[in-house]
Design a protein around this ligand. Structure first.
Ligand SMILES: [Zn+2]
Length: 396
């Protein structure tokens, strides 16, 4: 059985339900949220299976969520986005509240803007767009190649082309940088997103970023990262916010990068867990460990490649493996995107394909530079009513 979810957007005049949009509070937990809204904690938390309970811990401060109320101010539905693909859907069915995880329906737009620098790229992007995320992404992309502090002059210019996801008419999730160009001393510097999902400079050299070592040497990956997947046996949507490495019990687990241990103890379904904080808002997590290496404790500084613990099966685990997570400012990201040994230089066919892609991007950048394309400010959010249809369909 496969279920299809369709969201229809209608204007409020056609439909009586009212949608309220809110921001998830800094200190608010999912349980606080249920309590504050007088929602049944037993049905919507304690009766859930462990995986769904884990999902509820994924709510992050600042996330926009929607609440649909009827004319008597009774909550009919709630949508809580967990990442850019999966959301919690709480809804009233025959006077009982139900919980489910469902895919997020979103559209992606490619956007671009130009700006002149009066102070710093960070300052001027923020001033132009109002978006901290765009400023962050731009600055991070040139972090290892340019020195903005020393080399920027007033009047230098930049262009940024990126993909932005929209959900219910609102931008959400981290934008994906496609091209960044900054002109300093009349010389243009570029960063491009290639079709292999990695970033390269104009010479087809991979841009050095935050690189991680594989946390278990030589181990096979038994489960990949996914923000949402349909579980064919349990008939529900789940997420696997890490990578599983299958390995024998007792195999050494090494730190994927330099950092500081911020957790080395048991934690619920994670079992024995180590968390390491790295530079730039990154954090790695190593779960289901049999044991910790001697001397591994909170506050300890760790080098990349240092043994920190041993593969086990503690917590909610069906057999010995390492569950490895990478978080960037709290959000789960795919660790395999940054797990690698050396940076790459494109050659041959790969380089040819990249140069073609680069040529198209360069033309777009030149156009935006020439037009001085301003950032497209969106109209403010209008409350909209909508119906959420749930169709069941049997798949032979
Ligand atoms: Zn796992």
């Amino acid at each position: 059985m496969i279920r299809f979810f369709i969201l229809f957007l209608l204007s409020t005049s056609l439909f009586s339900a009212q949608v309220e949009r809110d921001r998830w509070d800094n200190a608010q937990t999912y349980l606080d949220f249920l309590q504050n809204n007088e929602l049944p904690i037993k049905e919507l938390y304690y009766n859930l299976d462990k995986d769904d309970q884990r999902l509820t811990e994924e709510m992050r401060a600042g996330i926009h969520y929607q609440v649909v109320k009827d004319n008597n101010e009774t909550i009919e539905q709630i949508l809580l986005p967990l990442n850019d693909e999966l959301q919690i859907h709480i809804y009233k069915d025959k006077n009982k509240y139900q919980f489910e995880a469902i895919p997020i329906i979103s559209t992606t737009k490619t956007e671009a803007f130009y700006t002149t620098i009066t102070s710093s790229p960070n300052y001027n992007i923020l001033k132009e767009t109002g978006s901290k995320k765009l400023a962050q992404i731009f600055v991070a992309s040139f972090k290892h190649s340019l020195n903005f502090k020393n080399d920027i002059r007033k009047g230098d210019q930049l262009v940024m082309i990126y993909d932005q996801k929209y959900r219910l008419g609102e931008p959400f999730s981290m934008p994906t940088l496609k091209v960044a160009m900054i002109e300093m001393h009349h010389k243009q510097h570029f960063i491009y997103l290639n079709s292999d999902d990695r970033y390269y400079d104009e010479k087809a050299h991979e841009v050095e970023g935050f690189l991680l070592a594989r946390p278990v040497r030589g181990a096979r990956i038994s489960s990949y990262f996914t923000k949402r997947r349909w579980h064919p046996v349990l008939h529900k949507w789940k997420a696997h916010l890490g990578v599983d490495y299958a390995a024998r019990r007792g195999t050494p687990v090494i730190a994927a990068g330099r950092g500081t241990i911020i957790w080395a103890s048991r934690l619920g379904s994670y079992g024995n867990l180590i968390k390491i904080r790295h530079a730039d808002g990154y954090e790695t997590r190593y779960a289901h460990l049999k044991s910790f290496r001697r001397g591994i404790r909170r506050g300890k500084r760790i080098k990349k490649g240092q043994t920190i613990g041993y593969v086990g099966s503690t917590g909610r685990s069906t057999g010995p493996h390492l569950h490895f997570e990478l978080r960037k400012r709290g959000r789960a990201v795919n660790p395999l995107r940054v797990v690698q040994v050396t940076t790459k230089k494109l050659k041959g066919k790969e380089k040819k394909a990249f140069l073609l892609l680069k040529k198209n991007y360069d033309q777009s950048v030149a156009l935006h530079l020439n037009n001085k394309t301003p950032y497209n400010k969106r109209p403010p959010f209008e409350p909209i009513g909508y119906i959420h249809f749930l169709q069941g369909k049997t798949n032979g």
